[in-house]
Design a protein around this ligand. Structure first.
Ligand SMILES: [Fe+2]
Length: 191
């Protein structure tokens, strides 16, 4: 076998090239939607994507770091909410791409964009963990509701539906599950 034939098996790794679509640049998709509407939705969805990724990761941090008598319950609850947020992340990012935009993806870019305050690296008590998560949910809910209205105004019903049916309703439900954990009812003896 000649050297040239042997080299055909060699993986062509370490390739380099140029980006073919810059972040912030729109491409046209044949989806019968005005490009100005798609652009507005892409910008808004990237904000809610950064905040949803941050909220998702906050759940995993708390899943790992929680403590106390409610350890097992919170450990499982935080992970269930993490999984649901992770599905939202995928749905939001894919909607940005299908609208012709470019989604945020990497942690440093997300950290630059999110409106959710950065938590400390160390462990916090469960009521503090829950308060931090509730605050993050409110940030997402507030922006998602106003972005949903803006999407409906410009005729982007798909984005409106994603924001209302999945982001708003999902976050409202998770906020309910969390907030019931910080209601001060007796555990053993009734008042
Ligand atoms: Fe785990």
């Amino acid at each position: 076998m000649s050297k040239q034939e042997t080299d055909r098996a060699r993986p062509m790794d370490r390739q380099q090239g140029h980006e073919f679509q810059a972040f912030g640049q729109m491409t046209h998709r044949p989806i019968a939607l005005a490009e100005s509407a798609a652009k507005q939705s892409v910008e808004n969805l990237n904000q809610v994507l950064a905040d949803t990724m941050t909220l998702r990761d906050l759940y995993k941090k708390h899943h790992w770091q929680t403590a106390g008598a409610s350890f097992h319950q919170l450990h499982l609850l935080f992970d269930a909410h993490y999984e649901a947020q992770n599905e939202l992340v995928d749905a939001i990012a894919e909607r940005i791409q299908m609208l012709g935009g470019v989604c945020l993806a990497m942690a440093p870019d997300v950290a630059e964009t999110t409106l959710i305050p950065r938590p400390p690296k160390g462990r916090e008590e469960p009521p503090v963990q829950i308060s931090r998560l509730l605050h993050a949910h409110e940030i997402v809910l507030k922006e998602a509701r106003s972005m949903a209205r803006l999407a409906a105004e410009v005729g982007d019903d798909g984005t409106n539906d994603l924001l209302v049916s999945d982001v708003v309703r999902g976050n409202e439900k998770q906020a309910w599950f969390l907030s019931e954990h910080v209601v001060d009812v007796p555990l053993v003896k009734a008042d």
